[in-house]
Design a protein around this ligand. Structure first.
Ligand code: CAA
Length: 387
């Protein structure tokens, strides 16, 4: 057993196999591309069909719709393996699974599932999730993107921002409001193809990290949808968004663990080679303190994440646990990445070594799919409800 496995966690044979498959693929096919994807800001299009063939693009989708029918635990293990190789690739896969596919599985009609899921699961198409807006992020109920019912049609006007996979996506799960003063009860969810009249993608964002994962804004100008695009009941979209984000937070937690693992892996190997005062620096107590704190936080983050994922798999309440996992794992990733740079000294500050990339990649996990500040609100409000 390697330190990268953490504590023995009760896994089914299927979950263990999913982890091993993702680990081998990540090591052989993803890790060798990671530095280049970051440097060139390049979307790894060639990996998508391969991930589809291995079952990563429809991890938790029932097999009848072309998915792998795996547990959330297996999904988190797969995201972690991808992220330990390349944070960008892991969020392309995780946003696709957690944010686009999951709400279709949870709230979609049989027709919508048959129409969208098989291609999404095979990697023939890629999905995105359009909730945030230029002026609306953490306060997700105060949307400005308007939907107006006109006879049998829904007409959408407005702007969306920070859309992971936006520049390359084929399918979008969209949230829009019937009444900007109506709060969460006025929001409807839709699923629609990206090739649709009136929808324009904005410029690709130039990001600090996860540079292989493309992000853009979207503009809707009189986009015409029908009831076939409505996801769940009219005006029930806020609940769809919140439930989606509960699951999405587990994906981000797993991603953060993978990034932290990469930071520790690279710091460990550097600290065994680099010598100061006549010994490898891993023999100095200051460095040992950093390494020990990094592995403790990684293992604790994984225990929280897989524990919350297991609750989800059992159909139990897991909102607080998912928020706790996401908050703790993202802070563990930042800690590991910062200490990873410190252990590398000057070499940690230049792009010849991956330490600086891990730091740039780690930061976003404290921001997207609910900031750390929002996670603390969710944790405390759930705690009050539970007591
Ligand atoms: N799960 C399920 N239901 C939830 C929920 C949750 N986590 N949070 C709230 N709800 C339900 C409530 O129970 C309530 O239902 P009732 O009407 O039946 O009582 C309803 O939703 C409204 O709840 P609140 O009054 O608590 O809602 P609020 O407006 O005060 O907002 C919030 C609560 C938790 C702050 C919410 O706005 C939120 O989660 N904000 C963060 C949004 C976010 O994570 N954005 C990230 C966007 S995705 C992204 O990052 C892009 C990408 O591509 C990666």
């Amino acid at each position: 057993m390697s330190w990268e496995d953490g504590f023995p966690f009760e896994l089914s044979d299927e979950e263990r196999m999913a982890q091993e498959t993702a680990r081998a693929f990540s090591k052989n096919e993803v890790l060798p591309l990671a530095a280049e994807l970051d440097r060139e800001h390049r979307y790894p299009a060639e990996l998508i069909p391969k991930m589809g063939a291995l079952g990563l693009m429809g991890a938790c989708v029932p097999t009848e719709f072309g998915g792998s029918g795996l547990s959330t635990v297996a999904y988190c293990l797969m995201v972690e393996e991808l992220a330990a190789a390349c944070a960008s690739t892991s969020i392309i896969m995780s946003a696709h699974n957690s944010l686009c596919i999951a709400p279709i599985v949870a709230a979609g009609s049989v027709e919508q599932k048959q129409r969208y899921l098989p291609d999404l699961c095979s990697g023939k198409t890629v999905g995105c999730f359009a909730l945030s807006e230029p002026g609306c992020g953490s306060d997700a109920a105060s949307l400005s993107c308007r939907v107006e019912k006109q006879g049998d049609h829904y007409i959408v006007n407005g702007a969306k921002n920070w859309i992971t996979n936006g520049p390359v996506a084929d399918v979008c799960v969209l949230f829009a409001t019937h009444d900007t003063a109506g709060g969460h009860k006025a929001v409807s969810a839709f699923v629609h193809p990206m090739e649709i009249a009136g929808l324009a993608r904005g410029k690709k964002e130039d990001k600090l990290g996860i540079r292989g994962s493309p992000t853009c804004g979207l503009t809707y100008e009189n986009v015409k949808l029908t009831s076939a695009n409505l996801l769940g009941a009219e005006r029930s979209g806020f609940k769809v968004a919140m439930s989606t984000l509960n699951g999405g937070r587990l994906g981000v937690a797993a991603q953060a663990i993978g990034i932290a693992r990469a930071a520790l892996r690279d710091a460990l190997s550097y600290s065994k080679e680099r010598k100061t005062f006549g010994v490898p620096i891993c023999e100095h107590q200051s460095i040992q303190n950093y390494l020990s704190e990094m592995i403790i936080q990684i293992d604790a983050a994984r225990a929280l994440t897989l524990g919350a994922a297991r609750l989800k798999d059992r159909g139990a309440a897991y909102i607080r646990q998912a928020a706790m996992a996401k908050l703790y794992a993202s802070e563990a990733a930042m800690f590991a990445a910062i200490k990873g740079v410190q252990i590398h000294g000057g070499y940690g500050y230049v792009s010849d070594y991956p330490a600086e990339r891990h730091l740039r990649d780690a930061k976003i996990t404290e921001i997207y799919e609910g900031t750390s500040e929002i996670q603390r609100i969710v944790i405390a409000s759930q705690l009050v409800k539970e007591s």
